[in-house]
Design a protein around this ligand. Structure first.
Ligand code: PEP
Ligand code: MG
Length: 330
């Protein structure tokens, strides 16, 4: 079985009816890029840059250190796209105490709803621009896409675009090379999914973060064991937000991917295909089993079954339908 999966590496991910699917990797450090290539990833869909900022003794990475890390990742991917997400610090991914003290951000009661991700970056504008400069400088060495976590307000998008403009001016003045970098936002707060048409006017692509989208849609702390049984990816509200986000992005002609755990779980592959998803990003180890499901899927047949799946009233029935809609060849 292991050998069979290894042979899959060079097989393109194409459905039985000829739909080409991108299988990208989620990475935490540039050294993970090698595993992504070995697993057959066609790009990095999510580089969680906060891991460069965590587990450090107080000092956060300089612009040059970040630049070297992003450059190492794009070079390791040999021309394939690398989607770098700006820091998603806070909540389940805290800075160590020394770094946090340095930035004077204190522990709060509800960190998942507090100063995390893009909120943190916009509260630390010089650090945000430093990260943007490092990312833009690395764009001279490969294909980079810029992804912003936890966006919920159009005002945030405007501030991001202003920061990018300012950073480009700084790089021009300093004589640093860079190329065009596509801008994307994570869809992981229900507000972003609900107002997606507005966001789509300002960005090049979106990536659906199902881990947080489930947490915020159902008001279930993704790290709290006491309510883990209520953290349900099959919940109809969750599926509707994912389905409508994919449909709206496609209708607007913008690329859309899913980079939460659902993308790497073969139990959801058919369902996501039925919603029109053509780009998945996951832990490299999940790529072979998701690819196996794709190779046996009939995307047109799956799409026809979607309305009945979404209309189902019971999450267990939804799961049963999604796994047996006949999209799989015998
Ligand atoms: C997500 O929320 O689904 C996601 C991909 O981001 P993270 O797990 O890093 O919060
Ligand atoms: Mg998230």
């Amino acid at each position: 079985e292991r050998a069979r999966l290894a042979r899959l590496r060079h097989t393109p991910a194409v459905t039985m009816d000829g739909e080409r699917i991108e299988l990208h990797a989620n990475i935490e450090l540039p050294t993970d890029a090698e595993a992504a290539v070995v697993a057959g990833a066609t790009g990095v869909g999510l580089f969680r840059s906060e891991f460069l900022f965590m587990n450090r003794d107080g000092e956060l990475p300089s612009e040059d250190e970040q630049f070297e890390a992003y450059k190492a990742a794009v070079e390791a991917m040999r021309g394939m796209p690398v989607t770098i997400r700006t820091v998603d610090i806070g909540a389940d991914k805290p800075l160590d105490r020394m770094s946090a003290n340095e930035l004077r951000h204190e522990h709060v009661l509800n960190p998942a709803m507090g100063l995390r991700a893009i909120r943190w970056s916009l509260a630390e504008p010089s650090m945000f621009r430093q990260q943007l400069r490092a990312i833009y400088r690395a764009s001279a060495f490969g294909k980079i896409r810029l992804l912003i976590p936890m966006v919920a307000h159009l005002a945030e998008v405007r501030q991001i675009l202003e920061s990018i403009k300012r950073v480009q001016q700084q790089l021009n003045d300093a004589g640093h090379a860079y190329t065009k970098v596509e801008l994307g936002v994570m869809i992981e707060i229900p507000a972003a999914a609900v107002m997606l048409p507005l966001l789509l006017k300002h960005v090049d692509f979106v990536s659906i973060g199902t881990n947080d989208l489930i947490q915020y849609t159902l008001a279930i702390d993704r790290a709290d064991e006491a309510v883990a049984h209520l953290y349900d990816p099959w919940h109809p509200a969750v599926l509707q937000l994912i389905a409508s986000s994919i449909a709206q992005a496609r209708a607007a002609g913008k690329s859309v991917s899913v980079c939460g755990e659902m993308a790497g779980d073969p139990a959801f592959t058919d369902l996501l295909l039925s919603m029109g998803l053509r780009s998945f990003s996951m832990h490299p180890a999940q790529i072979p089993s998701v690819k196996q499901r794709i190779l046996r899927a009939d995307s047109a047949k799956l799409a026809g079954a979607l309305p009945a799946i979404l209309a189902s009233e019971d999450p267990q029935e939804t799961a049963r339908l999604a796994l047996s809609t006949g999209g799989q060849a015998a």
